[in-house]
Design a protein around this ligand. Structure first.
Ligand code: UDP
Length: 238
């Protein structure tokens, strides 16, 4: 098999991706499946950073809609991402993949604090490095955290794993005339209001020239083909 065309990538998974067929929480079978995929990536020599959302457990906006203080809700959302990262760390380590979890919020008895230099050191050592607790600030999302960390650590590519094949002009399930974008600019994403990532995340990537691939995580082999340079999903560039 050919070598990866990238040295270092950051993969963003939503919290919901961990639910499997369930309606919340973490499905251990799904977790193991993703862990196996990540192990295959690491086995190629690729450096892998991960950001996992928290939407399977808590979202600040959802909690605020039910009356909770928004900032407290966002703190709960960020802590939810730490739980997901710990679950993924456990799944990876059961497969003998070396990992580190680094949190943007200080919880030093649970995992390391985020430190860019240490993160790059872990990646250089081949450790899967999971960035937890988002950006550490309320009113942001884990898409923004993924964009920020990808830029900070000098990733060659940010990969957003979704349940669809890439970016369409409209929801292909509701609108059969929706067109598929194989390649699109960040400005076009903003102009057309496409739901790829939130605006903060898109603007960060655009302004710092971070390319983004949106892929279907449920398509077998998609990640492996992508890291070997195949055209998989949609590519967004500045
Ligand atoms: N969150 C936050 N700041 C961040 C990242 C996340 O406050 O930098 C909170 C926010 O409440 C968010 C929740 O954590 O709704 C879970 O993250 P997200 O909604 O991005 O998860 P996903 O949709 O990817 O599962």
């Amino acid at each position: 098999m050919s070598s990866p065309v990238y040295r270092r990538i950051l993969l963003k998974l939503s919290g919901e991706a961990l639910m499997g067929a369930g309606t919340d929480g973490i499905d251990p079978d799904i977790l193991e499946r993703y862990a196996l995929e990540v192990r295959e990536l690491v086995a190629t020599g690729l450096q892998v950073a991960l950001v996992i959302g928290g939407g399977n457990l808590f979202r600040g906006a959802g909690l605020a809609a039910r009356g909770m203080d928004r900032v407290t809700g966002d703190h709960m959302g960020m802590l939810a991402t730490v739980m997901n990262a710990l679950a993924m760390q456990d799944a990876l380590e059961r497969l003998a993949v070396e990992t580190r979890v680094m949190s943007a919020l200080k919880i030093g008895q649970v995992c390391e604090d985020y430190d860019r230099r240490r993160a790059m050191h872990h990646l250089d050592k081949g450790r899967v490095t999971l960035f937890a607790a988002g950006t550490g600030n309320p009113f942001f999302t884990t898409d923004s955290a993924a964009s920020l960390r990808a830029i900070e650590i000098g990733a060659d590519l940010l990969i957003k794993a979704t349940k669809v094949d890439g970016i369409y002009s409209a929801d292909p399930v509701k609108d059969p005339t929706a067109t598929f974008y194989r390649r699109i600019s960040y400005d076009q994403v903003l102009h057309e209001g496409l739901m790829v990532m939130d605006t903060t995340a898109i603007v960060l990537c655009r302004d710092h020239g971070m390319p983004l691939r949106v892929i279907n995580i449920n398509e077998p082999g998609a990640l492996q083909r992508l890291i070997r340079g195949e055209e998989v999903g949609s590519l967004v560039v500045s």
